[in-house]
Design a protein around this ligand. Structure first.
Ligand code: DC
Length: 228
């Protein structure tokens, strides 16, 4: 298998650096980055706008089946398009984060996105980031990472992102929200947040992005050799 066709799975809790590292690693390798959290967020946004109760699993599933999600590359960044609308900003609010964590525990929602994610990744040459990529979506991915950091550091990173967007959330609130979401994501019955047994775990607390990126690139190149 050539180096350009591997499936790379990056899982971990929120704020563990997945998004940034996925994007940078994809650039280095010439891979397609796929943010599966953004897909769950897009469905959560559609639900919140529809007025359907998040507890109405049948109604939620019916609605989610109709939403068309696409990623569009624009000026080096990836935009999330739902039914033709750019929702990249709208899906990043604290309210949508919390709703996403809630609805992502539902079987119907997970089935829809599981199918789509497998379809997007089937040719290889992709990096999928999420919670269950190495355990459920692509259990045979050739390279798996699990990125973590302390809750405080992850909360601080999220807080800085929110601050940049003009949010008035406090640091303590953001850390508490990160912890609550991790607990929900790890405790759910279906595809919980969990490190795959064969994933390479990297704790990025106090480590620069560049250092983590180099480590990951080294792991990918080593692994690729064994598939040549
Ligand atoms: O990575 P993120 O913060 O954008 O993810 C938002 C939520 O989506 C997260 O709290 C849990 C859910 N999610 C999931 O259940 N499975 C994935 N593969 C990705 C995200």
């Amino acid at each position: 298998m050539s180096e350009s066709r591997l499936v790379i799975a990056i899982d971990g809790p929120s704020g563990g650096g997945k998004s940034t590292l996925t994007r940078l690693l994809a650039e280095r390798l010439g891979y397609l980055p796929i943010d599966t959290g953004a897909m769950y967020r897009t469905l959560a946004l559609a639900i919140s706008r529809s007025g359907i109760s998040p507890d109405d699993e049948g109604g939620v599933e019916q609605l989610c089946r109709k939403v068309e999600i696409r990623f569009l590359r624009d000026d080096g960044s990836y935009r999330v398009i739902a039914d033709g609308e750019d929702v990249s900003q709208a899906i990043r609010t604290p309210e949508i984060s919390m709703l996403t964590s809630r609805i992502s525990a539902q079987r119907g929602v997970r089935e829809i996105l599981l199918k789509l994610q497998r379809e997007l990744g089937k040719e290889g040459g992709v990096i999928l980031e999420g919670r269950d990529i190495g355990t459920v979506v692509f259990p045979h991915a050739q390279v798996k990472f699990f990125l973590s950091a302390t809750p405080r550091e992850r909360g601080e990173r999220r807080f800085l992102e929110l601050l940049e967007k003009g949010s008035d959330a406090t640091l303590e609130e953001t850390i508490a929200a990160v912890i609550q979401r991790d607990e929900q994501d790890a405790a759910r019955e279906l595809a919980p947040l969990r490190k795959a047994a064969d994933a390479v775990e990297i704790d990025s607390t106090g480590v620069t992005i560049e250092e983590v990126l180099s480590r990951m690139e080294q792991v990918v190149r080593e692994r690729a050799k064994s598939f040549e």
